[in-house]
Design a protein around this ligand. Structure first.
Ligand code: SF4
Ligand code: SF4
Ligand code: FES
Length: 262
């Protein structure tokens, strides 16, 4: 259930100040959320004053510079640095983004870096996404078909059926959408959230899948699906320019059309 007050141990205290080499003329301050559950201390906001002449252009470059030159204990997830793995999602100046595809020059002043909102924090910028992944698994994101394809043959689909999956299959599971959704903040224990529902719709839309009605029946639930109130934060947040809100609307439409016998 929703909690409207932060527990005392969530209050963010002022942290330490760090500065990289003073030789560069172009400088930028990064205020970074730090939390180490093993310390027993409250979270704190550390400030890193970086020399931009010796830093790459992306937010992830700055965080890796901090980690390699100023504080090796800074924890964050990253892998591909190309916007493909989805692991470097975090909140920069109030917006959920992928750190590796977000340019430092997009921000005029200081940069505030926080983990994804409304998720438990494992350490620093690393959110606990267990629930998010479980919800994704709950929509059974794989093909379900009783029909056995002819030996040595692939399951084919027409070009137009394949095109129906465009805008759905490209999701990188970064969680930027779900963690920017107010309905998900308040009811993430029961509402599946935009990322899992986009994945569900990807399989509902697949002409090769034979469990469409079963999938729709499973989603036809006050909390799992209908907690979406079309606020559209999810679509605004998606770094891959996908439209989870539209996918959710299409699921609702398909369920109601089926009920009306359409
Ligand atoms: S459209 Fe639905 S899923 Fe997207 S942010 Fe709004 S309530 Fe959440
Ligand atoms: S729909 Fe977009 S924001 Fe949501 S998990 Fe997929 S890629 Fe990330
Ligand atoms: S490091 Fe893979 S998406 Fe950013």
């Amino acid at each position: 259930m929703a909690e409207f007050k932060l527990p005392k141990n969530s209050t963010i205290n002022p942290g330490k100040n760090y500065s990289s080499s003073t030789s560069g003329k172009k400088r930028k301050k990064f205020h970074v959320y730090r939390y180490n559950p093993e310390s027993g201390e409250n979270p704190q906001l550390d400030t890193f004053d970086l020399d931009m002449d010796s830093c790459g252009p992306m937010i992830l470059d700055a965080l890796l510079k901090i980690k390699s030159e100023l504080d090796p204990s800074l924890s964050l997830r990253r892998s591909c640095r190309e916007g493909i793995c989805g692991s470097c999602a975090m909140n920069i100046n109030g917006r959920n983004v992928l750190a590796c595809t977000t340019a430092i020059d997009d921000y005029a002043g200081d940069i505030h870096v926080y983990p994804l909102p409304h998720q438990p924090v494992i350490k620093d910028l690393v959110s606990d996404l267990d629930q998010f992944y479980k919800q994704h698994a709950s929509v059974e994101p794989w093909i379900k078909s009783e029909t056995i394809p002819a030996e040595d043959k692939e399951r084919t689909q027409s070009v137009s059926d394949r095109e129906k999956l465009d805008g759905l299959y490209e999701c990188v599971m970064c969680a930027c959408c779900s963690t920017s959704c107010p309905s998900y903040w308040w009811n993430s224990d029961k509402y599946l959230g935009p990322a899992a529902l986009l994945a569900a719709y990807r399989w509902i839309s697949d002409s090769r899948d034979e469990a469409t009605q079963e999938r729709l029946d499973e989603l036809d639930d006050t909390f799992k699906l209908y907690r979406c109130h079309t606020i559209m934060n999810c679509t605004n947040a998606c770094p891959k320019n996908l439209n989870p809100a539209k996918a959710i609307a299409n699921i609702k439409k398909q369920i109601s059309t089926n009920k009306l016998g359409g």
